[in-house]
Ligand binder design. Structure first.
Ligand code: M6R
Length: 606
């Protein structure tokens, strides 16, 4: 999705803006641009350089050398309205060329606003929804930029994070946001604005987080904030414990591989001081009366939703509360039965996913209690939710989520134990389950040693067009995530099936040489999954088994042994070979593992 960077300070703006854009490349984009205010004979001039393509294309543009100023805004665009082109790239100008604007989000009523502008004599030069913003600011401007921005924002329907600069106020960047993230990094007499924290991390770890419909007036040595009616808002600076190094590759070929290897430590951070053997689980959820809940909804998208599916087993086992898992995009429109007796848990790495935010708002409006499991500190979901539990996975840059998933599942299991203890439910297995959670970092580390064996399989099957994953119970849940990883980064069609369902239809797809990957880690049902795998082998399938059981079977082409653990937690282990498998398939196909086509790291539009 689109990325925003802004700089105001004593340095030349362009290099800071370009570096910021480079660190946002992982979000996925198709064009890039900058606007800079440079001194010009006691006045200021506004220059824009933008083009279709990578940030590198922009960086190599000679015109950038003429941009000397210390105030600038920059953008990477992920096309929504209008094809990727120079005209549609941001920044956009108003007709008088006084106001330059970059924008993330979607202006839903842009057609109506374009019409209004045209009726008032304006010309729109791009196909974007964004171009209405600088022109509306111009139309509403009568010498007071804050009034003009406030009036403009009130006319917009949809989502926005914007930056505005102009020679009319050359020492300021005006920012505003609604349903799209924006942070202001603070460093002495410099301010770095960004849609994502990693873009500013090499400068500072101190940030202001804009809230909904807030406007900021950012100068090099001050930052003031206002609500949409221009009442001043006092904000606290938040310190983030991520460092710039954690958002660099550190010798790894790709962020995805680095993040796969970071999983043992990331889980250690998630567990932190929340869990120990001799004490009750420690979570900051004081004040929640868990006794009142008769239903739990877990709601999220993509990989985060898979983390929810895997964890349902734990909530039902330890809390004895019926638990349903929903895709946020479905939940928000299906009129779910929620009231004050419902606990709604939302999961999101970015904390900015539009569908998850909408589902969270719906749950709050319906009177339920909301707890969110989030990675990005200060993100929108953390500010809307009644309670937030952070995964502490560190920045996840690769579009394909890996370490966030294992940390989400770990934290959800800890939450299930916490609720169970709060409810006073006796369960003899609680202590051994706690022990198993504490063993996770070492066991995930041991699982990483399967890398060579997995690479060997990936080297053999990477040219295939279809691939199937099967499993039962939590092994089925992890199969869905393994299949998503493969689709996302290798563009190979793949499906995950509950192993028992295979013969109710999908087995018709099995023919000579098709690869079927079975996950079997639950001692009670592994034999059954194995029988289903054999049914596929009989029909010519090339077979792979990921297991922690002592299975010897000559008919299976590859058996990958992983460490034993409680079957509720096994997805945290068994996902590792599946992530590595997807990674090497994509590498064999010479694809961009970190930035797969058509995808964005955080999906801030519906
Ligand atoms: O930031 P979120 O966790 O809310 O994102 C949800 C999904 O968009 C995300 O998990 C997506 O499925 C990933 N690309 C998966 O690798």
């Amino acid at each position: 999705m689109c990325g925003i960077v802004g700089y105001i300070g004593h340095k030349k703006a362009v290099p800071v803006l370009i570096n910021g854009l480079l660190s946002l490349e992982y979000r996925g984009y198709d064009s890039a641009g900058v606007a800079v205010l440079s001194p010009d004979n006691n006045e200021y001039k506004l220059d824009i350089v933008k083009d279709k393509g990578r940030v590198k294309v922009l960086q190599d543009n000679k015109e950038l050398e003429n941009l000397h100023g210390n105030v600038g805004i920059a953008h990477t665009r992920w096309a929504t309205h209008g094809i990727p082109s120079k005209e549609n790239a941001h920044p956009h100008l108003d007709n008088s060329k006084s106001f330059a604007v970059v924008h993330n989000g979607i202006i839903e009523n842009y057609i109506e606003l374009r019409q209004k502008l045209i009726e008032n004599g304006y010309t729109l030069y791009s196909d974007t929804d964004t171009e209405v913003i600088p022109n509306l600011i111009h139309m509403n401007y009568n010498g007071d930029i804050l009034q003009a921005v406030s009036k403009t924002l009130k006319e917009l329907k949809g989502s926005y994070a914007i930056e505005v600069i102009s020679p009319l106020f050359p020492t300021k960047i005006i920012v505003a946001k609604k349903d799209s993230p924006l942070v202001v990094g603070i460093k002495d007499d410099e301010k770095i604005i960004a849609s994502d924290i990693p873009a500013a991390l090499s400068h500072t770890n101190k940030f202001y987080f804009l809230d909904e419909e807030e406007i900021g007036v950012i100068e090099k040595d001050s930052a003031k904030f206002f609500d949409i009616n221009l009442n001043e808002v006092k904000k606290d600076i938040k310190e983030i414990d991520w460092n710039a190094e954690s958002s660099e590759k550190n010798g790894f070929e790709d962020f995805m591989l680095k993040e796969i290897y970071e999983q043992p430590n990331a889980i250690r951070e998630t567990i932190g001081s929340r869990l120990s053997l001799d004490k009750k689980v420690n979570l900051e959820l004081d004040g929640v009366d868990f006794k009142k809940f008769n239903k739990i909804f877990i709601v999220a998208c993509g990989t985060a939703m898979h983390a929810g599916i895997v964890s349902k087993y734990s909530f039902e086992k330890f809390c004895r509360i019926p638990t349903e898992v929903d895709m946020a995009s479905e939940f928000r429109y299906r009129n779910p039965l929620i009231d004050e007796h419902t606990l709604c848990i939302f999961i999101s790495q970015s904390g900015e996913t539009a569908d998850t935010i909408a589902a969270l708002r719906l749950a709050k409006d319906s009177g339920s209690t909301t707890i969110s499991i989030v990675n990005v500190i200060g993100s929108s979901i953390t500010r809307i939710s009644d309670y937030t539990l952070y995964t502490h996975a560190g920045p996840e840059i690769a579009v394909a989520s890996t370490k966030a998933y294992v940390c989400q599942v770990t934290l959800l299991n800890i939450l299930a134990l916490y609720i169970s203890e709060q409810l006073g439910i006796e369960n003899k297995e609680i202590n051994s389950f706690k022990e198993s959670i504490l063993e996770l970092p070492e066991k995930v580390k041991d699982t990483l040693t399967t890398i060579d064996a997995i690479k060997e399989i990936a080297d053999k099957v990477y040219t295939q067009k279809d691939l199937y994953f099967i499993g039962r119970g939590t092994d089925y849940a992890v199969s869905m995530e393994g299949s998503l990883k493969l689709k996302e980064i290798s563009y190979i069609h793949s499906e995950a099936y509950a192993a028992g369902e295979l013969k109710h239809g999908p087995i018709a797809l099995i023919e000579n040489g098709i690869t079927v990957i079975a996950v079997a880690t639950n001692p009670n049902i592994s034999e059954k999954t194995l029988s289903n795998l054999e049914e596929a082998i009989t029909r010519g399938a090339n077979s792979v088994l990921i297991t922690n059981q002592d299975i010897k079977n000559d008919k299976i082409n590859y058996i990958i042994n992983i460490p034993k653990i409680d079957s509720i937690l096994s997805p945290i282990i068994s996902i590792v070979p599946l992530q590595i498998f997807a990674y090497f398939i994509a590498k064999n196909k010479k694809l961009d593992v970190d930035k797969p086509r058509n995808l964005a790291k955080s999906v801030t539009v519906e």
